[in-house]
Design a protein around this ligand. Structure first.
Ligand code: ADP
Length: 297
């Protein structure tokens, strides 16, 4: 559905996107995961035809011109900055975007009704957007991007700065579209979102893609082992044989089979106060690939 080859964007001496290549199959959910400044939005702007690439190729459904109306009609783009009108009501915004995409008459009405339900804004449809909360505006922003029922949805960090309730709502709505077969390109710096939503994830930093695969394969290749930690009520008797390391009453073991270790600890005579297993995750993959954390906080 989408193919990107050797795509770059330079601003003077700064290379915002540096020779990235990836492809997204029809119906696939593909994530771009990277910290702020990694180049995710710049890729989306090039895919949407909003800025021109410095070099490289983009193909969307066989066309290399993302500004072509027949290509545009297949794309729904939900930008990070809000692209809705504050002085219009939610319903008027949807009507405006629907008309821009060529909808009219009963089809437009039907889609507005659907989009208001989709955004959870049916009861606020007559209110002007400036009276909406930040989360409601984001939900409307997303609804405007899909009013024309596009085959591909491109979302740029749709949950940033959104209250938890709207965040869940946005997430559930995107998941529902995905289940209906919409192809998804989703950018985020939250590894939990990429893990939950995406079939495959590209790990990005400094304009480059460092690895692309399913979450499980990325973790298997770069995440390292699980770690089992146990805190004991008292140090074991001298000479007790243990699989991992013990410092005072703190037990720790790196392992590929954490639950076997837990079972072994359960069978031992150790007086265990607490036990936990830390599985490798995408944060660990990012750390391994870049030497940095995904987020500073
Ligand atoms: P992300 O979406 O991953 O946070 P961006 O694509 O927004 O990253 O930005 C990538 C890099 O390109 C950043 O260093 C950013 O400052 C720079 N950049 C983005 N847009 C412009 C622009 N219009 N002019 C100059 N630099 C830009």
């Amino acid at each position: 559905m989408i193919q990107v080859r050797g795509l770059s964007k330079r601003y003077g001496s700064l290379t915002a996107v540096d020779g990235v290549s990836f492809s997204i199959a029809a119906g696939e959910a593909f994530g771009l995961l990277g910290p702020n400044g990694a180049g995710k939005s710049t890729i989306i702007h090039m895919l949407g035809g909003l800025i021109e690439a410095s070099s490289g190729e983009i193909q969307i459904d066989g066309s290399s011109d993302p500004t072509k109306p027949s290509v545009r009609a297949q794309l729904g783009i939900s930008p990070q900055g809000l692209a809705i009108y504050d002085d219009l009501t939610g319903e008027e915004n949807l009507s405006t975007f629907g008309s821009l995409y060529g909808l009219s008459g009963s089809r437009l009405k039907e889609r507005i009704h659907w989009a208001l339900e989709f955004a959870g804004l049916s009861d606020r449809r007559k209110d002007r957007v400036h009276a909406y909360s930040g989360g409601m505006k984001r939900r409307l922003n997303l609804a405007c991007a899909v009013i024309h029922d596009p085959r591909v949805l491109i979302c740029d960090e749709p949950t940033v700065g959104v209250d938890p309730q709207s965040r869940n709502h946005i997430f559930d709505s995107i998941e529902a579209l995905r289940k209906q077969g919409t192809t998804l390109l989703y950018t985020t710096h939250y590894m939990e979102e990429a893990s939950r939503l995406c079939d495959r994830v590209a790990i990005m930093d400094h304009g480059k893609i460092l690895a692309v695969d399913t979450v499980d394969k990325l973790i298997a290749a770069h995440g390292g082992k699980s770690v089992v930690h146990a805190e004991l009520n008292q140090a074991p008797k001298p000479g007790t044989s243990l699989p991992g390391t013990l410092e005072g009453t703190a037990f720790k073991m790196d392992t590929d089979r954490p639950f076997e270790v837990v079972a072994e600890l359960g069978r031992s005579q150790l007086d265990i106060r607490s036990l936990n297993v830390v599985r490798p995750d995408l944060e660990r993959v990012f750390l391994k690939l870049t030497g940095r954390r995904l987020r500073d906080e």
